[in-house]
Write a protein that binds this ligand. Structure first.
Ligand code: AMP
Length: 142
């Protein structure tokens, strides 16, 4: 198993070294908007505990993470009046993983609309800020 490297971009976001469009934080996890969204409202849930991906994660961390994923998936669906939600998670480069701190993708889905490419186009900061506000409002409104 390749070692965890705490210079990865999500570890830096967790340490507050670089900004993100944050939507949620609790004792276990944070969530923020993906800067290259595969659809409107694409966000990432990131546990605070360090692991490279699902394969080396502590099962106790995983069991506390899934309720947060559910909370954010419900909020994202509500915020964007989506028809469904895709939840994805990649492990190692062969699977498409590009950032090596465990994270779960949550993407609101709309009937007949395909996903944009993975790590495709950088979204405008003002759109990410607006979308983050929508998710925060949906979380607060429950
Ligand atoms: P993965 O391929 O599963 O490792 O996904 C990493 C995701 O992180 C991709 O969807 C990227 O668009 C996204 N990403 C990379 N850097 C940042 C960042 N600084 N803030 C938010 N999302 C990011």
């Amino acid at each position: 198993m390749t070692q965890y490297d705490d210079a990865n971009i999500f570890a830096r976001i967790l340490r507050g070294e670089i900004p993100s469009h944050s939507v949620y934080e609790d004792a276990e996890a944070i969530a923020f908007m993906d800067v290259m969204p595969q659809g409107p409202g694409h966000l990432l849930v990131v546990p605070k505990a360090a692991s490279r991906n699902l394969l080396d994660a502590d099962p106790a961390v995983l069991s506390r993470l899934m309720p947060v994923v559910q909370k954010l998936a419900r909020a994202a669906k509500l915020a964007f009046a989506a028809d469904g939600v895709t939840v994805m998670q990649f492990n190692e480069p062969a699977s498409g993983q590009t950032v090596f701190h465990l994270h779960v993708h949550i993407i609101p889905r709309f009937d007949g609309e395909p996903l944009h490419p993975h790590t495709g186009t950088m979204e405008k900061p003002e759109i990410l800020a607006e979308n983050a506000e929508r998710v925060r409002a949906a979380l607060g409104g429950k």
